[in-house]
Design a protein. Structure first.
Length: 392
């Protein structure tokens, strides 16, 4: 536009000058080496204007050609990009459908032309993982890691695959590295929860739970249940590593609120029984039964290997005087009488327990007590009841 205006100005100026000096064209001589060129001023002006017009026209043609070349290249590029997107979308659908082979084929076919190749290679890695080809899976992740802003997405994909392989040590290592840069990422926190649970990293899990609640990946009720699971797991781990003394030391160091949880008390007693610390376990059972009677605690009494069962028998008799309908107390007392070979007393208490609720183990103990009293027919009847209960 500016060039056209410039030409019109030059032409206008030429017309003006031409009218002013009509009949006085003047004379122009151009000498270069041994060559000379002669012309009038009017001819020179027309030549200059013509030359400028030709140059402007050539410039226009050149730009037009470049523009057409760019549009042609851009059209092919956009066409490839659209095709790549279409194949990638189809590949994602195939991945969700479980058609791993087709998913891998579609997302890798035009990955180089996609505007986000990272997505293509992540999907391809998941597809290869579904096919069980770990070498290909890791290869695609390596390519994905070279893309821009790929660290988090690649790390999360790798961690998920490590968890699916039950390689929890590597998963924890991968996720811990990611968490250093993304401490509140909810996906990282949730994957860490899975890895800690499966790897029995109880203290790390306990430290993680408040973050999970804050990220709204756990409700408070779910968090409370998970805390009990972690604390119970910690008791088992400490018992295995440090024995009875270490277990009791750890227990005494826990907050009172944690120690008052019946589930954890049961876990502690079970660990003590496993470690042959039956006297310590019996002491805890007595203390907790005084605070709050519990069917689970009564059920643990027959599991104790006590050198003297008399204190336990006395305690159970006292409990039954207070509540004669305590089925678990009757059952525990009946089992202790079986060990004492007091068959008649065992029979009475086991029959009372079974009248209050059904129990396969109590039927088995009762059948034994009846058999020991030569009540064979009755023992067979009880055995049939136990079998029918098992079938149901």
């Amino acid at each position: 536009m500016i060039r056209l205006i410039f030409l019109f100005v030059v032409l206008g100026a030429g017309l003006f000058v031409g009218t002013q000096y009509s009949g006085q064209q003047g004379y122009v001589l151009i000498s270069i080496a041994d060559k000379t060129l002669e012309m009038s001023v009017t001819t020179l002006v027309i030549f200059i204007i013509g030359t400028l017009a030709a140059l402007f026209f050539l410039e226009f043609l050149f730009k037009r050609f470049l523009h057409m070349s760019f549009n042609t290249w851009n059209w092919f590029s956009v066409r490839k990009q659209r095709r790549s997107r279409r194949y990638t979308n189809q590949g994602i659908i195939k991945l969700l459908e479980g058609d791993w082979k087709q998913a891998e084929k579609k997302v890798t076919r035009w990955a180089n032309h996609h505007d986000m190749p990272l997505l293509c290679y992540l999907v391809a890695s998941e597809a290869a993982n579904g096919l069980g080809d770990k070498a290909k899976r890791d290869h695609y992740l390596e390519i994905a890691a070279k893309q821009e802003n790929a660290t988090l997405a690649v790390g999360l994909t790798r961690a998920k695959q490590q968890i699916s392989d039950s390689d929890f040590d590597k998963a924890i290592e991968t996720l811990t590295t990611l968490q250093a840069k993304h401490p509140n990422n909810p996906v990282i926190l949730n994957l860490l929860k899975q890895a800690y649970l499966n790897n029995k990293e109880w203290q790390l899990l306990l430290d993680l739970i408040p973050k999970l609640v804050k990220a709204k990946k756990l409700t408070q009720d779910e968090a409370d249940k998970l805390i009990l699971t972690a604390q119970s797991g910690a008791l088992e781990s400490i018992a295995s590593e440090k024995g009875t003394e270490g277990l009791l030391s750890h227990w005494n160091g826990l907050p009172r609120k944690i120690r008052s949880e019946p589930t954890l008390t049961i876990s502690l007693i079970q660990q003590l029984i496993k470690r042959k610390a039956d006297n310590e376990a019996f002491t805890l059972i007595k203390e907790n039964l005084k605070k709050q009677p519990s069917a689970e605690l009564y059920a643990l009494i027959p599991e104790l290997n006590l050198s003297d069962r008399y204190p336990a028998i006395v305690m159970l008799k006292d409990a039954l005087r207070r509540d004669g309908h305590n089925a678990e107390a009757h059952s525990a007392l009946g089992q202790l009488y079986v060990r004492e070979q007091e068959w008649k007393l065992a029979q009475e208490h086991l029959e009372t327990a079974l009248s209050l609720r059904s129990s396969v183990s109590d039927y088995a103990y009762l059948a034994d007590a009846l058999q020991q009293q030569n009540m064979t027919h009755a023992a067979h009847d009880v055995t049939r009841k136990a079998l029918s209960l098992l079938e149901s």
